[in-house]
Write a protein that binds this ligand. Structure first.
Ligand code: B4P
Length: 186
């Protein structure tokens, strides 16, 4: 199974993708996690991405695509994948289609986690308290939500047009939402 997860920051993409990876044995590819690993390692790429991420803006398409291409070449991806956090704008959606066509691994399902903004704010505030991520502050979160509305929301139409979009309510317990996702993938 090859899946793309869509949803606003805090909608539970990372949480649900980890659970699906565990249960279905798929590769979980989070561009946010890949970028944070580069920042933590202090690589040239990480240095370029660090401030952009902390502000809540999108890292350049070329950087993220290069990183994704390298990850997609790893052997575990052959069993299926969950893409979490990519694509995040229309240009990335087009680039992803081209990459996956080349690899012969097209997307089977796009899952959109739908959560109201008020709930997102509460979840991110809670994560800020627990984990202290550089972009989990009120100002960056506002930027991330605006970026999501302006740049990422159009990607939903990209997958709706292909007929493989499934909308899943993202409120409730993690297990309840997981069960809804499993139904949506069946
Ligand atoms: P991401 O790492 O993708 O961050 P995110 O959108 O906030 O989602 P995340 O997966 O972390 O949150 P989740 O919903 O799981 O991106 C971070 C930054 O990296 C971006 O702003 C950008 O700068 C850069 N970036 C990443 N990809 C890029 C790309 N393709 N192009 C350019 N730049 C890119 O969870 C949020 C919280 O909610 C968690 O604490 C969780 O415990 C909690 N939660 C989850 N489910 C819950 C539930 N059911 N009930 C209660 N709480 C729940």
């Amino acid at each position: 199974m090859r899946i793309v997860f869509l949803g606003a920051p805090g909608s539970g993409k990372g949480t649900q993708a980890s659970l699906l990876k565990e249960r279905l044995g798929l590769a979980h590819i989070s561009t946010g996690d890949l970028l944070r690993a580069q920042v933590a390692a202090g690589t040239e790429l990480g240095r370029a991405a660090k401030e952009v991420m902390a502000r809540g803006e999108l890292v350049s398409d070329a950087i993220v695509l290069g990183m994704l291409e390298a990850r997609m070449a790893e052997p575990d991806v052959a069993n299926g994948y969950i893409l979490d956090g990519y694509p995040r704008n229309s240009a990335q959606a087009v680039a992803l289609d081209a990459l996956l066509d080349r690899l012969g691994m097209p997307v089977d399902r796009a899952v959109l986690l739908e959560v109201e903004d008020e709930v997102l704010l509460v979840r991110i505030a809670e994560r800020a308290r627990k984990e202290g991520r550089a972009d989990d502050n009120p100002e960056s979160l506002r930027t991330r939500l605006t970026v999501y509305q302006e740049q990422t929301a159009p990607v939903i139409e990209h997958y709706a047009g292909k007929g493989n979009l499934r909308r899943v309510p993202g409120i409730g317990t993690v297990e309840d939402i997981h069960a809804r996702i499993r139904d949506a993938l069946a």
